[in-house]
Write a protein that binds this ligand. Structure first.
Ligand SMILES: NC(=O)c1ccc[n+]([C@@H]2O[C@H](COP(=O)([O-])OP(=O)(O)OC[C@H]3O[C@@H](n4cnc5c(N)ncnc54)[C@H](O)[C@@H]3O)[C@@H](O)[C@H]2O)c1
Length: 328
């Protein structure tokens, strides 16, 4: 029983690989390492526990070669990170559309049983209900804004999963992660960006009370899901989910950005006063998933926000402090 994880050297992918191994699954990874890092999987490769294939999901031949002998495809490869949606929307869409079509077509031609897609809450963008369940309508608020290359590519991927892959005989499951975070998640995310600013404004954590400018007034909300819970929830959805179904993955702990910033400061011993600033166009005020459907499969988040933020804040603070030290 071999499963293919595209994007497997990425943040969620690498954790999912370990989760699948712990469940007795043999894993092959396909990643171009454009954002992922093989080092995340080095111990598993060295121990001969996984196969690591370097390749681009836009390359149909590479995807076909990697799909031979596979029972389940987990398609996670994608260009993540808000900055990139603005800087290279063409590549975001190309990886989204070609990568999904290539992996679906390869799965169909190699007799794969199940195809699991990592989608996103960005597909529904601004929800009509919070907490938001899987029946929420999907939308692109402004087709001229490159930010929506990310959500648009995922909407296309969801449609292709269900109506090409599913229609032609694949079992399909879609899970939509909501703000999965943790140490080593990359740098183009709200948590590392805030920690970096705390480290800079506090002069390397020397000041114990600071005023920190933020985007928006801090009342915007998200629900933050620690990586261990994210990987376990993804595995539960993909392995046990019903074919043709979508599962929202995250926690139901809706948290304001102000509380997030103050919590990260607390974890680092810095008291923060927030200074509101303008919100980026295309930002969404509230987001929190309804996870009842995934809970029926046995999923419960286990890592509390304070604990998860402390682990993440420390990891990133150490990184930024080391960077400052090397600058002299
Ligand atoms: N982290 C989150 O909170 C979150 C939220 C919603 C959705 N998701 C989705 O979950 C998946 C994993 O996200 P992540 O946070 O681990 O991001 P990530 O950037 O760490 O992982 C994505 C991986 O895809 C790889 N990749 C990119 N382009 C590729 C290509 N052309 N060919 C092969 N590999 C390629 C990257 O190298 C990377 O390893 C993505 O599909 C993402 O859209 C994540």
């Amino acid at each position: 029983m071999t499963h293919l994880v595209t994007g497997g050297s990425g943040f969620i992918g690498a954790a999912l690989v370990r989760e699948l191994l712990s469940r007795g699954v043999h894993v092959r990874v396909l990643d171009d390492h454009s954002r992922g890092r093989p080092a995340r999987l080095a111990d598993l490769v060295d121990a001969g526990r996984i196969e690591l294939v370097q390749g681009d999901v836009r390359d149909a031949a590479a995807v076909h070669a990697a799909t031979k002998g596979i029972e389940v495809v987990w398609h996670l490869a994608y260009i993540n990170g808000t900055r990139f949606f603005y800087e290279k929307p063409d590549q975001v869409l190309e990886v989204g559309v070609k990568g999904s079509l290539n992996t679906i077509e390869a799965a169909l031609s190699h007799g794969v049983r199940r195809y699991v897609l990592a989608s996103t809450s960005e597909t529904y963008n601004t929800p009509t209900h919070v907490p938001t369940n899987e029946s929420e309508r999907l939308m692109i608020p402004d087709v001229t804004n490159p930010r929506f290359s990310y959500g648009g590519g995922k909407i296309a991927a969801e449609l292709m999963t269900l109506h090409i892959g599913g229609h032609r005989g694949l079992e399909t499951v879609i899970f939509r992660p909501h703000n999965v975070y943790g140490p080593d998640m990359g740098f183009e995310h709200v948590i590392p960006e805030i920690v970096e600013r705390i480290v800079e404004v506090s002069d390397g954590l020397k000041a114990k009370a600071i005023t920190l400018p933020i985007q928006g007034d801090g009342s915007e909300t998200r629900a933050f899901c620690y990586i261990d819970d994210g990987a376990r929830g993804a595995a539960i959805a993909g392995l046990q989910g019903n074919s043709g179904e979508i599962y929202h993955l995250g926690t139901n702990c809706e948290t304001s950005i102000a509380d997030l910033v103050i919590g990260l400061g607390r974890a680092l011993g810095v008291e923060i006063t927030i200074q509101p600033g303008p919100l980026q166009v295309g930002g969404t005020r509230r987001r929190c998933p309804d996870i009842a459907k995934l809970s029926t499969l046995g999923y419960t988040p286990e890592v509390g926000l304070d604990d998860g933020l402390a682990r993440s804040a420390r990891w990133y603070a150490d990184h930024f402090l080391a960077k400052r030290a090397s600058r002299g």
